[in-house]
Design a protein around this ligand. Structure first.
Ligand code: DGL
Length: 271
């Protein structure tokens, strides 16, 4: 089984890392659309166009199952991707909402995500379908801070404190009593420890990387997650050097070969 993993950049490597641990029998194709990142500040039409060309590329390269690791693409473009390719497609909004459903007793959930994901209200809709209420908070400064490597940094701690304070105020204003906090962006798992330290203790933090890998394993009916890591090929649409340098932080190990691809409309899916 070849599993395609798609993200706007390197953030989805947190999902690949979890997948390689939990579904070690598969081979992986990872595409980071780094030339067109960030998706989180773009319109639905643009995100859908970019995400569809990326998904098509992975299927052309042999992916038989697609994991859309990018929350923004999952929130804004999942239907468009499913229409464009025949391979089964799983998005992280669905897996995050499923995990919140399993975790929440109060049925109230908080979500941190990019501006585009929040504007789409995809998490609120997915939570509502499962009988939960959700408050979504756009945290646009977190992606650049993580990309800068400012993980254990006073500025990031302060930004997190402000976002969480605003989120809790929103929650109170709406009369919710949340017990679960969904990290609705590929970059936030790297800040998990900082978020857990800054958030009220009543909130259980859900990281879409782990839960997505778990749900892929269940969907594909593969073993118990033990064994040697599946092989991976990496593709990026911009500097392979930058992808390697930044990506190793997300993947937790060195990345050897990265292939440069050109997905620009008009140029086809040539490499
Ligand atoms: N991958 C995006 C997400 O999970 C974050 C980075 C971006 O804005 O492209 O929403």
């Amino acid at each position: 089984m070849k599993i395609g993993v798609f993200d706007s950049g390197v953030g989805g490597l947190t999902v690949l890392r979890a997948l390689q641990e939990q579904v070690p029998g598969a081979d992986y194709l990872y595409l980071g659309d780094t030339a067109r990142l960030p998706y989180g500040a773009k319109s639905r039409e643009t995100v859908a166009r970019y995400a569809v060309s990326s998904a098509r590329f992975l299927v052309e390269e042999g992916a038989e199952f697609l994991t859309i690791a990018c929350n923004t693409a999952s929130a804004l473009a999942l239907d468009a991707i499913r229409e464009a390719v025949t391979a089964p497609v799983l998005g992280v909004v669905e897996t995050g909402a499923n995990a919140a459903d399993a975790s929440s007793r109060t049925r109230d959930v908080l979500v941190m995500a990019t501006a585009a994901t929040v504007e789409s209200h995809a998490y609120a809709a997915a939570c509502a379908q499962r009988g939960m209420r959700a408050i979504e908070k756009a945290c646009p400064l977190l992606v650049p801070l993580v990309e800068e490597g400012w993980i254990e940094h006073a500025v990031t701690a302060e930004v997190l404190r402000i976002y969480l304070t605003e989120l809790i105020e929103q929650e109170r204003g709406a009369g919710l009593d949340a017990d679960t906090l969904v990290l609705g962006c590929t970059h936030y798992p790297l800040l998990r420890a900082q978020i857990e330290a800054a958030a009220p203790k009543r909130l259980r933090v859900i990281d879409s990387a782990e839960v997505t890998a778990e749900q892929v394993r269940k969907k594909l009916g593969t073993g118990d997650g033990k064994g040697s890591r599946g092989a991976a090929r990496f593709f990026a649409t911009d500097s392979v050097k930058k992808f390697r340098a930044l990506g190793s932080r997300f993947l937790g190990r060195e990345i050897d070969g990265v292939e440069l691809v050109d997905l620009e409309p008009g140029a086809g899916s040539s490499r």
